[in-house]
Design a protein around this ligand. Structure first.
Ligand SMILES: CCCCCCCC/C=C\C/C=C/C(=O)SCCNC(=O)CCNC(=O)[C@H](O)C(C)(C)COP(=O)(O)OP(=O)(O)OC[C@H]1O[C@@H](n2cnc3c(N)ncnc32)[C@H](O)[C@@H]1OP(=O)(O)O
Length: 76
């Protein structure tokens, strides 16, 4: 749902993958958080790129997944 890749040089990549429009579900949100945690614990990472799979970034929050708002506000 969100794939972490350590790129060349000092870059890390988090790719959102939730077809068809890479909307942000709770699972995607957790994937973003896991990717950020990996990047933050790798002290050679200087920049994090977030992109969407298949040529699209993201349609924003996943419609009908109201738990995304709860998780975005309540997760440390
Ligand atoms: C890294 C960032 C982390 C951020 C964490 C955020 C946590 C939450 C906190 C903040 C609040 C966030 C608010 C928002 O995100 S508001 C924005 C909500 N999104 C939208 O309003 C976009 C609505 N969609 C569109 O405008 C269009 O669909 C489009 C421009 C994205 C694409 O248009 P088009 O190419 O014409 O395709 P379709 O409209 O036909 O859609 C294809 C397909 O995709 C489904 N779909 C579209 N958007 C969503 C969505 N947001 N959630 C779920 N599904 C979506 C659409 O229903 C179609 O499905 P199908 O009929 O089954 O084919």
């Amino acid at each position: 749902m969100a794939e972490y890749t350590r790129l060349w040089n000092c870059l890390a990549l988090i790719r959102l993958r939730n077809p068809p429009v890479n909307s942000i579900s709770t699972a995607v949100l957790h994937g973003i958080k896991a990717g950020l945690q990996k990047a933050l614990t790798d002290h050679t990472v200087k920049a994090i790129v977030i992109c969407g799979a298949d040529g699209k970034f993201s349609a924003g929050v996943q419609v009908c997944d109201s738990s995304v708002f709860y998780n975005a506000q309540c997760s440390p």
